[in-house]
Design a protein around this ligand. Structure first.
Ligand code: ADP
Ligand code: ADP
Ligand code: MG
Length: 668
């Protein structure tokens, strides 16, 4: 086994590889860009080498630099992770030339599978089923049009060198073909440096089901079952699960055999994924599932943890063993599926705005806590910590949440809970959107196909699972709690005191869903709250953990409230088990209460400090006129004259600390 490896990647995958290496007693070398100087993956490794500027082309794609770093640090092997150099055949060759082991397949296998069109020609001869289509070398536009017409519509044009969901166009009818082709080629040349395309029949009700394969240098190859990655947006995976719902033993064996045949056709070594597109005309009829080869990814996949969860294996460990020349640890008949696993990709993006990627700082980043007996059921793979930034240089994935359960239903419930416990403040993420997907009937009943998100858009986008009343009650309870903390006292332990000198009202100016809302809190024997046009009701709260139980309007909900960063705009995030909401508390100082009086005695409504008197003894005052300003609970409260009269005497001076209920001045 290797003593030291270099990890030529960043983020969660670099952390993931480092974790296994550490467990196996293998030293690790990180590489990092300017933007990643303080990144989690750098800390996760034993050594780190700076390899250049923030843009990938200036750092993570500079393979001469990376190889030099490997030599300088005495690493014996290079793990490329996914993305970046992982499917770069020249890099694999250069590693070998530099005397380093590339932890991945032979360069020849990367090359053979690198272009979708070439790999399909190869798969055709290996007897692997293909989607009806055209994958010839002749790229004459007129010929491509004829081929598309022959295949029929809808048809899919794909950049042969494409990846990551880019360079694809669905064409609905013949007359749209030419324009789609031109636009696909433009994107292909820009993104992949080649405008070669292939054409496929656009499979109806397509499901993306892929097979994890593993080969070793002794010529063995096994499949580690399937993953269903049908829930996608923009042809990119959002949720992945294993096993695939509705999969039969017979189909699994067929797909597994086809995937192994594909791998063997290119003398595959290491971890790889054979992606199939599956046509299922009837959800209730697994026999109606037909599978076709799409492409092979010659690397570890983002979603490999679901396979790890159902097999109990560590695929990075397998990669390291195979790369160091060991045989595969297990044979096909020793592999078993246990339970069900689902992964959710948590991304910095705005689902309600066409999944526009977002950048920003993770001001709050709280992850679900796995309790000890649940240790292995919730896993979080990430490459960031609270305070880190999601920069525009790299992809938008923040974390992967992986859950495992005995059944799909249990895994789903765990995922829902884990997502509820994932609190991110500072940038837009898809966490709430993921919850809507997980809770949708379509996903729960596994009506899976790649159009699920589009089809269910009515229940997935622009949802408000919390609601104004709960959000407002939570944010006000938090404010009160914070004030009580600042005062070193909890006003509710002194409810009687409040009662004895009348009522105090406070107004809260809120903003919810872009609308201004006023809430009025009344202090009395009970706290009473009215939000907007809603009915006034008791408000109660009880601290628990870093959250509060908030009871309002007959509902008792556990909530956590976080202010967004500097909070100058008063934006708060309310997290409840039902979901999250944003609510702004505008200008907190405007909360100044109309302080009460009792039978001519003007008393301090709460313990605090006298800031100033607006009047002096002998002044004549009118009802409602400001008499004094008190500061309590970080807030100023103006005390007004309850009726016309004359100030007889001021009983305190500005700056004095006064107890609750103390008479401040005498008015006749
Ligand atoms: P997968 O099925 O494993 O998600 P993709 O083809 O979608 O396969 O891409 C693999 C991953 O590699 C992407 O999710 C992305 O995070 C990463 N990736 C690809 N290209 C880049 C890049 N240029 N920079 C950073 N990450 C990349
Ligand atoms: P990439 O290299 O970008 O991952 P793929 O060929 O794997 O490209 O396709 C990405 C996604 O596009 C698939 O997961 C699937 O959702 C969709 N797709 C690809 N081919 C077809 C097809 N022939 N019919 C329907 N959907 C397809
Ligand atoms: Mg793919």
């Amino acid at each position: 086994m290797f003593k030291k490896i270099l990890i030529a990647n960043r983020g969660e995958i670099a952390c993931r590889v480092a974790a296994t290496a550490r467990r196996m007693g293998i030293q690790t070398v990180a590489v990092y860009s300017d933007a990643d100087a303080g990144a989690k993956h750098v800390q996760a490794c034993d050594e780190a080498v700076h390899v250049g500027g923030s843009a990938p082309k200036d750092s993570y794609l500079r393979w001469e630099r990376i190889l030099q770093a490997a030599k300088d640090t005495g690493a014996e092997a290079v793990h490329p992770g996914y993305g970046f150099l992982s499917e770069n055949e020249e890099f694999a060759k250069a590693c070998a030339a530099a005397g380093l082991v590339f932890i991945g397949p032979p360069a020849s296998a990367i090359l053979a599978m690198g272009l979708k069109a070439e790999s399909k020609r190869l798969m055709e001869s290996a007897g692997v089923p293909l989607v009806p289509g055209y994958h010839g070398a002749d790229q004459n536009p007129a010929l491509l049009q004829r081929e598309a017409d022959r295949i029929g519509y809808p048809a899919l044009i794909k950049a042969s060198a494409g990846g990551g969901g880019k360079g694809m166009r669905v064409v609905e009818k013949s007359k749209d073909f030419a324009a789609a082709l031109a636009s696909c080629q433009r994107e292909a040349i820009n993104s992949f440096g080649s405008d070669a395309v292939l054409i496929e029949k656009y499979v109806q009700r397509p499901r993306h089901i892929e097979i994890q394969v593993f080969g070793d240098t002794q010529g063995h190859c096994v499949y580690l079952f399937e993953r269903d990655c049908s829930v996608q947006r923009r042809h990119q995976k959002v949720l992945e699960e294993a096993p695939a719902p509705g999969m039969t033993e017979a189909l699994r064996a067929q797909m597994g055999a086809a995937a192994v045949a594909a791998a063997k056709a290119v003398n595959y070594v290491g971890a790889g994924t054979v992606e199939f597109i599956v046509e299922q005309t009837d959800y209730d009829q697994p026999e109606s599932m037909k599978f076709f080869f799409m492409e092979m990814n010659t690397r570890l996949q983002v979603e490999h943890p679901v396979t790890e969860a159902i097999t109990g294996l560590d695929l990075v460990e397998w990669q390291l063993r195979v790369a160091s020349g060991e045989p595969l640890p297990l044979r096909q008949n020793q592999l078993r599926i246990q339970g069900h696993a689902i992964e959710a990709r948590i991304c910095a993006e705005n689902p309600d705005n066409n999944f526009l990627p977002a950048t920003g700082t993770l001001r709050v980043y709280r992850k679900p806590q796995a309790s000890s007996f649940e240790r292995s059921t919730v896993r979080i793979d990430d490459g960031v910590r609270e305070g880190d930034t999601i920069s525009p240089f790299y992809d938008s994935m923040v974390a992967k949440l992986i859950v495992h359960g005995d059944t799909r239903e249990q895994a789903l419930a765990r995922l829902d809970t884990a997502l509820a416990q994932t609190h991110i403040v500072g940038l837009n993420t898809n966490v709430q959107f993921l919850r809507h997907v997980v809770r949708s009937d379509a996903f729960a009943t596994a009506q899976l196909d790649t159009a699920l998100i589009q089809r269910e858009s009515a229940v997935l986008f622009n949802q408000d699972p919390v609601g104004l009343q709960t959000a407002a009650a939570a944010v006000i309870a938090y404010e009160l709690r914070a004030e009580a903390g600042a005062q070193g006292a909890d006003p509710f332990s002194r409810r009687d005191g409040w009662q004895s000198h009348g009522t105090t009202r406070r107004r809260f100016e809120l903003e919810y869903s872009g609308q201004p809302v006023r809430a009025v809190l009344t202090y009395g024997p009970q706290l009473r709250l009215q939000v907007g046009e809603g009915a006034e009701a008791d408000l109660q709260y009880t601290p628990q953990g870093d959250g509060l139980w908030v009871q309002f309007n007959g509902r008792r909900i556990h909530s956590t409230v976080c202010a967004q960063g500097d909070a100058s705009d008063g934006l708060c995030h309310v997290f409840t088990p039902q979901g999250a909401a944003r609510i702004s508390v505008l200008n907190p100082l405007a909360h100044a209460g109309e302080v009460a009086q009792e039978g001519g005695r003007l008393t301090a409504p709460m313990p605090g400090k006298v800031v100033s008197f607006a009047v002096k003894a002998g002044d004549k005052v009118k009802a409602g006129q400001a008499l004094a300003v008190m500061e309590a609970m970080k807030m100023e409260h103006t005390i007004q004259a309850p009726q016309d009269g004359t100030v007889a005497e001021l009983l305190y001076a500005p700056g004095d600390q006064v107890p609750e209920g103390a008479e401040l001045l005498k008015l006749h």
